[in-house]
Write a protein that binds this ligand. Structure first.
Ligand SMILES: *[C@@H]1O[C@H](CO)[C@@H](O)[C@H](O)[C@H]1NC(C)=O
Ligand SMILES: *[C@@H]1O[C@H](CO)[C@@H](O)[C@H](O)[C@H]1NC(C)=O
Length: 485
């Protein structure tokens, strides 16, 4: 017979508490220092550090484990104890490096009255899990730019109020940003019940008026030398990119979708030119790739995007380009996880007959649009880099320009004088390991060009994060019981 009184005695609880404390401390330590497990992948490009890695293949298991542990602890010491700030890369007297963090497809889900408690907890946890990644990476890397490559939310079929509520979660829980302005916005734009409602009619009329004028349309696409939208509060630039889940594919996008995106997340097409009149100009181009081809519900939106690309090409800009967009460029089957795919609404689409035959979804831009866009964006024949999202798995491809017929071919290698790398950034969602993309731009003075290097820093499946949080609660409970027994 087991004596159950023994199990419930104080000693037993004490050992459980100690064990639970150890689990809590080690998992918590890990989640706050996880980039140190991959110090090279989770640091800006820096040749000196990358080249120093030991060849672990020659080591036995024990020495290998020892090597990884030492490397991990050394990096924790460097970043979390000494608080070493990343180098700005201007030691050689050149301009500071570009340090951009890029996140793919967070796709945060919504909570409805019918959502059960398990799912609610999961969504709450997921928001904070993504927010944890953002704060650990920002603290470690001190980026100059933070970009989210579209699909902030998981659905385009949501009301204005749900769009507002999700924006608010996105900004506070994921990106820890001040949302006073968002609350003020609701004071201005709401329905009779006080819920956010976009006045898309006014927005649309203003857009239409500008597009009735002679070209070039005055749509204020351009910025220069912006390093923060709010320099008093933050020292990096936050960049939003439209995804199909934020505004829909072109067969779905309405004035309502686009107006509310513009109100909360800013312009969907713009460029920022940096250091234009120096020997090291470069620019960021944010492109709304959902509104490039149709058949579209509102074809006038496509005209706006093409007008943007035309004005961009006419800038006569001499520098290198970072292109940020959501839908990847055309590539043959087999180069990345997603092959080419286009879907259209059926001719008799009973629930929404006005969408008959319109574009319903796309994995890539079409071949024709790809050639046109790349010719316009890389008009000055200067290399650059493209960051996209959409396919979740992630991929690297190189677009080679053929100057004979102005077409671009995707491949795994550079084959042309003008070869531009496209990085499809792996999603930051928990199922895809909570990745952070790190883009470093360094100005090579001999070449007179910016060079770009991309790395992916993985977290780990969400479970470790959950274990740390749940064991924290369990530990507190156990110690309370032990203490009061
Ligand atoms: C958004 O949040 C407000 C306040 O919490 C709530 O009253 C409203 O119902 C929410 N909207 C939706 C669509 O759930
Ligand atoms: C991107 O979104 C954030 C949060 O809404 C906002 O603070 C920022 O100004 C937006 N960017 C632009 C260019 O409007």
């Amino acid at each position: 017979m087991i004596d159950y009184r023994y199990i419930l005695n104080k000693k037993f609880f004490k050992w459980c508490s100690i064990l639970s404390t150890i689990i809590t401390l080690s998992t918590t330590f890990y989640i706050y220092t996880y980039p140190s497990a991959y110090p090279a992948r989770c640091s800006w490009y820096n040749a000196a550090q990358d080249g120093n890695d030991v060849d672990v293949n020659g080591l036995d298991h024990m020495s290998r484990a020892l090597y990884y542990t030492k490397r991990y602890l050394k990096d924790v010491y460097k970043h979390n104890v000494l608080g070493v700030v990343p180098s700005k890369g201007d030691e050689d007297g050149g301009p500071q490096d570009i340090h951009m963090i890029a996140f793919g497809d967070p796709q945060i889900k919504g909570i409805w009255p019918s959502t059960d408690y398990n799912t609610r907890l999961d969504i709450y946890g997921n928001d904070h899990y993504l927010g944890h990644i953002v704060s650990v990476m920002e603290q470690r890397l001190r980026p100059s730019h933070v970009a989210v490559l579209g699909d902030l939310f998981s659905s385009q079929w949501i009301s204005d109020s749900e769009f507002y509520n999700r924006s608010s979660r996105y900004l506070t829980r994921l990106f820890h940003r001040d949302t006073t302005w968002l609350k003020d916005l609701k004071e201005l734009e709401h329905d009779d019940n006080g819920l956010y409602k976009i006045d898309w009619m006014t927005w649309g009329q203003s857009l239409n008026r500008k597009c009735e004028e002679e070209k070039p349309w005055n749509l204020e696409f351009g910025y220069s030398d912006v390093h923060s939208w709010d320099p008093e509060k933050e020292d990096y630039l936050f960049i939003n990119v439209t995804g199909n889940h934020d505004i829909g594919y072109s067969g779905d996008t309405t004035y309502q979708h686009l107006a509310r995106y513009n109100q909360v997340f800013g312009k969907d097409n713009y460029w920022i030119e940096y250091d234009r009149d120096t020997d090291h100009p470069w620019r960021i181009v944010v492109l709304n790739s959902l509104l490039l081809e149709g058949p579209a519900l509102q074809p006038e939106f496509l005209d706006v995007t093409w007008e943007f690309l035309t004005q961009l090409a006419e800038r006569n800009f001499e520098g290198n380009t970072i292109l940020l967009t959501h839908v990847p460029f055309y590539k043959e089957e087999g180069l990345c996880s997603d092959g080419p795919n286009f879907e259209y609404y059926p001719e008799d689409h009973a629930s929404e007959p006005y969408k008959s035959k319109l574009l319903r979804s796309q994995n890539h831009l079409s071949e024709k649009v790809t050639n046109e866009v790349l010719n316009l964006v890389f008009h000055n024949k200067k290399p650059g880099i493209i960051l996209t999202g959409h396919d979740h798995e992630g991929c690297k491809t190189i677009y080679n320009k053929n100057f004979d017929d102005d077409t671009w071919t995707a491949s795994k290698e550079a084959k042309s004088d003008l070869a531009v790398q496209e990085i499809t950034v792996r999603a930051m969602m928990g199922e895809f390991d909570g990745n952070t993309g790190l883009l470093t731009g360094h100005f090579d003075r001999d070449q007179g060009d910016w060079e770009f290097h991309f790395k992916l820093c993985p977290f780990m499946v969400q479970h470790v994060w959950w274990v740390a949080k749940i064991f924290l609660i369990v530990t507190v409970l156990l110690w309370s019981i032990t203490f009061f027994m």
